[in-house]
Ligand binder design. Structure first.
Ligand SMILES: *[C@@H]1O[C@H](CO)[C@@H](O)[C@H](O)[C@H]1NC(C)=O
Ligand SMILES: *[C@@H]1O[C@H](CO)[C@@H](O)[C@H](O)[C@H]1NC(C)=O
Ligand SMILES: *[C@@H]1O[C@H](CO)[C@@H](O)[C@H](O)[C@H]1NC(C)=O
Ligand SMILES: *[C@@H]1O[C@H](CO)[C@@H](O)[C@H](O)[C@H]1NC(C)=O
Ligand SMILES: *[C@@H]1O[C@H](CO)[C@@H](O)[C@H](O)[C@H]1NC(C)=O
Length: 497
């Protein structure tokens, strides 16, 4: 087994995602077969100089599979130690809609064990084992050469990536109304509490995902589902773990939801230069993109009578959720999250993740108005945002950062086909956060007059400065990188990394 194959996280998966073979959303989802994968590779190979592809990657591709034992082996952990590690639960901040007179809350997350020091005992994983694993994610640099904060980040995320899913776990939850409710006028009813056991055990990847009804009790009422209550924050605890605390949000049926991607729009990732992307994800502290936090803060306070709901939807793998969440909660308005689940049961779940997640939230809030925020370097965003805008009338506006306009290093071409087909009053391409200042969605805004913007309807930002209307246009060395990353990304997807 080759280490290079492990280079599957954020960047690789994002690229794999962006190159996914398009599938009609109405097509019946089916289990993924090796033939699907072979098809994907064949389509990627089109126009590729095969000699440029590192021989090591593709041949390994179909046989590669990390098992729990292999992860343990990689980290130098024995089975006995695994038993002693505490059960953890990643509780991803969810949302609740008001449906037929009841609040229905989405809970999603993953049970896992992670190789971190156990209280008062020597660490179950030696630092050198963790460092060896971290080095796999750090192109051209050894973890020892990094400043100490970056070493800590790299060990932290590596250990999260190599966490071991725990299937067949029964989970209990306690839900209360939060005593800190920045976005709501609803009086905190200290007495209200719901406790329940999740109706299903975690699946083989440790995950649960579903909706549960909440109800008022003798000691406290839930909000009435009126917009005047604002977004009411809930605190959820998972009593059997110490890491399962999370927030969730009661979101009224009407109002505005700002749904934003994270990489290269809320933080500087440079996913389009793979090495930088990996360093920015695995080692460096997360850095917000220019003054975007200030613009979001303005939006958070724009309509105190019915505040916007914020939802952060990224296809970063689930294991990195905590890092993304810590960054967002420290920098941007609080809100619910979606990251890339490990559930790869169907083709859509694997290759149309963003579309699947967008559909879910758009269907859950048919009367809210959505503002979708993203950037041109994510080709799944370029495809799926305009597609859902065609299908769902509740998409009010799409705001796209034109990454090429401010970052000459960006060599990712982007396809504007979907936007050409969309009413131009429903989207805007912008250059810097300043271009968004003053937009008031509650007043119906989407575009700002006077911005330089030009949608060709085909590929734009091609390496040689050209434009073409067909998908075959993207080529050259970049595409070789895409294949390498896409291949390992697919492997990552298949094996739950
Ligand atoms: C995984 O996907 C399958 C197929 O869509 C679904 O039946 C199952 O409930 C999903 N599991 C979780 C935990 O979401
Ligand atoms: C989780 O929430 C519970 C209940 O509010 C609290 O007692 C506990 O300290 C929290 N745990 C952590 C790790 O914050
Ligand atoms: C590791 O990551 C977790 C989750 O983001 C965070 O709470 C913790 O502070 C991090 N530790 C270090 C040393 O960065
Ligand atoms: C609330 O969300 C659930 C789950 O997506 C959906 O079935 C239901 O129709 C939604 N309620 C309303 C009023 O749209
Ligand atoms: C993005 O910016 C580049 C460079 O300024 C420009 O050539 C291109 O037309 C812009 N794209 C869109 C969609 O406006």
């Amino acid at each position: 087994m080759r280490c290079t194959t492990l280079v599957s996280l954020a960047v690789a998966v994002a690229v794999a995602q962006s190159l996914a073979v398009p599938v009609s959303p109405n097509e019946e989802p089916s289990a993924i077969t090796k033939r699907d994968l072979q098809g994907l590779i064949d389509s990627l190979r089109d126009g590729i100089e095969l000699d440029d592809i590192k021989q090591s990657v593709l041949p390994d591709f179909l046989s590669w599979d990390y098992t729990t034992n292999e992860i343990q082996e990689k980290l130098g952990m024995g089975g006995i130690i695994l038993d002693r590690l505490p059960m953890e639960f990643l509780n991803i901040p969810g949302y609740a809609n008001y449906s037929n007179g009841q609040w229905v809350l989405r809970i999603h997350g993953q049970s896992y064990k992670q190789a971190l020091p156990i209280n008062g005992e020597p660490s179950p994983v030696s630092q050198s084992a963790l460092d060896n694993a971290a080095n796999v994610f750090l192109p051209d640099v050894d973890i020892a050469e990094l400043p100490s904060n970056e070493q800590a980040n790299a060990r932290n995320l590596t250990s999260a990536v190599l966490s071991i899913p725990q299937g067949d776990v029964s989970l209990d939850f306690t839900v209360r109304i939060s005593s800190t409710q920045p976005q709501s006028d609803f009086p905190s009813t200290g007495g209200w509490e719901n406790r329940f056991t999740w109706p299903r055990r975690t699946d083989s990847r440790g995950e649960i995902d579903g909706f549960v009804s909440l109800y008022s009790t003798a000691s406290g009422q839930l909000p009435s589902g009126q917009t005047s209550d604002g977004i009411v924050r809930l605190d959820i605890t998972t009593p059997s773990t110490s890491t399962g605390n999370a927030t969730a949000y009661l979101v009224p049926p009407e109002g505005y939801t700002i749904l934003s991607d994270i990489d290269d729009i809320l933080r500087v990732t440079k996913i389009y230069t793979p090495k930088e992307g990996l360093l920015n994800t695995f080692a460096r502290d997360f850095v917000p993109w220019l003054n975007m936090p200030e613009i979001f803060a303005t939006w958070a306070s724009q309509h105190p009578d019915n505040p916007y709901h914020f939802h952060y939807l990224t296809t970063t793998p689930e294991q990195a959720t905590r890092m993304y969440e810590d960054f967002i909660y420290a920098t941007y308005p609080q809100g619910s999250f979606d990251t890339r689940p490990l559930n790869f049961t169907t083709f859509d779940q694997t290759f149309n993740v963003r579309r699947t997640l967008l559909n879910k939230i758009l269907e859950t809030f048919p009367r809210r108005r959505f503002i979708l925020v993203g950037d041109t370097t994510n080709s799944d965003v370029m495809t799926h945002y305009p597609a859902v805008a065609q299908e769902f009338p509740n998409v009010h506006c799409i705001l796209m950062r034109n990454t090429s306009a401010t970052d000459p290093e960006n060599r990712f071409p982007y396809n504007t086909k979907g936007f050409k087909e969309l009413d131009e009053r429903r989207y805007m391409f912008f250059r810097t956060p300043e271009d968004l200042r003053g937009l008031d969605f509650g007043r119906g805004d989407c575009r700002k007059p006077g911005l330089e913007e030009r949608v060709s309807g085909g590929w734009m930002g091609l390496p040689w400065g050209g434009e073409r209307g067909d998908a075959a246009a993207a080529g050259g060395k970049e595409k070789v990188w895409w294949v390498v990353y896409a291949a390992v990304g697919v492997v990552g997807i298949m094996t739950g990394f």
